[in-house]
Design a binder for this molecule. Structure first.
Ligand code: PHE
Length: 342
């Protein structure tokens, strides 16, 4: 029978093509070619009706068997190829997580910020709280409440940037002392980092610079507590070996007032040509003193019951000394060639 022969041929061609398919796409093409609407086997199926009745049954069964055989071969081949393709993709897209990464450029903190962090960390370790206040300050907090009344000559010593309506750019962080005391009862232990502003510009002065204020108010605080606290702070920032000395000074809002020097941490006072202390052996570090009773009374504290000490230091100045930088203005120009050195 000619028809059976043709079916066998079509089937073996189809099986050959399926076996030869190199990809799932090629296997799909083989399906369309051999089982699709215009394939030989589909054509045979459609023509069954035109055959003599006694042949229809056998031919029909043979065509169906052939189609089923090709379909199952296709299924198998597709499964094989899909598995292989998946493995290939996994191999190609594999990532070696043990390869070293691409180094990512890492920044670092500004020298002033490093000093601020060291000082603040030290005081936080002693139990102080960090407080902050506004940089645009009222005349009252910046001056009057700190015992510097209107018209007092101490006001003109700090070259103030005056704004409208009794506002100033704060000339120091001391107004935060007042704000803190007004907001809570003693005991007070705060450390106050922040930016301050004065009309000044030369190698050691910039119109904006930083201060760190400290304030402690409690029963029985004395100058000895102030001295011990600052000595420990100086050792923390500049090294175990440094000593301190207090010199008498004057601030309107402390009495007595002192300035604190730190022994030169580079030469220890031994080198007359020392680049850091210029042979003086001491470095000026900060202003401090016992909070003036008038200031305590101004915020409603009982100055018979409580005493306090306060200090204010310049972390920019401290960074200049610690890192040997001759010009303060470099700190704020944002020149990367300068900043990358730290
Ligand atoms: N506020 C003072 C200044 O800027 C420093 C200071 C702070 C002095 C606290 C004594 C107590 O010069």
């Amino acid at each position: 029978m000619e028809a059976l022969e043709r079916i066998r041929k079509l089937k073996s061609q189809a099986l050959e093509d399926v076996a030869r398919a190199r990809s799932t796409a090629e296997a799909e093409e083989a399906r369309i070619r051999h089982l699709g609407r215009s394939s030989g086997l589909a054509g045979m199926r459609r023509s069954i009706g035109t055959l003599p009745p006694d042949e229809r049954r056998e031919i029909g069964r043979e065509v169906n068997l052939a189609v089923r055989e090709v379909e199952s071969a296709l299924r198998e081949r597709l499964a094989e190829l899909a598995g292989a393709e998946l493995e290939e993709r996994l191999r190609e897209e594999a990532v070696d997580v043990t390869l070293p990464g691409v180094p990512y450029p890492k920044g670092h903190l500004h020298p002033t910020q490093r000093i601020i962090d060291e000082v603040v960390d030290f005081f936080v370790g002693l139990g102080y709280r960090v407080a902050e206040g506004p940089e645009v300050e009222t005349d009252y907090y910046n001056f009057t409440a700190l015992n510097i009344p209107p018209g007092h000559p101490a006001r003109s010593m700090q070259d103030t940037f005056f704004l409208d309506e009794g506002l100033v750019l704060r000339t120091h962080t001391s107004p935060v002392q007042v704000r803190t005391m007004l907001s809570q009862e003693p005991p007070v232990y705060v450390v106050v980092p922040g930016r301050v502003y004065r009309r000044d510009s030369d190698p050691t002065h910039t119109p904006m610079f930083h201060q760190i204020e400290g304030l402690a108010v409690d029963r029985g605080l004395s100058l000895a507590h102030l001295k011990g606290t600052l000595a420990a702070m100086a050792r923390h920032v500049f090294g175990e070996g440094v000593g301190i000395r207090l010199r008498p000074s004057y601030f309107q809002f402390t009495e007595p007032s002192v300035e604190l020097d730190v022994s030169c941490f580079v030469c220890g006072g031994a080198d007359p040509d020392c680049r850091v202390c210029k042979g003086a052996g001491w470095l000026e570090m900060l202003g401090a003193g016992m909070v003036d009773p008038a200031v305590l009374e101004e915020v409603g504290y009982d100055s018979e019951e409580y005493t306090g000490f306060a200090f204010g230091m310049g972390p920019d100045r401290m960074a200049m000394v610690k890192y040997g930088i001759p010009d303060l203005r470099l700190f704020f120009e944002g020149d990367l060639r300068f900043l990358r050195q730290f």
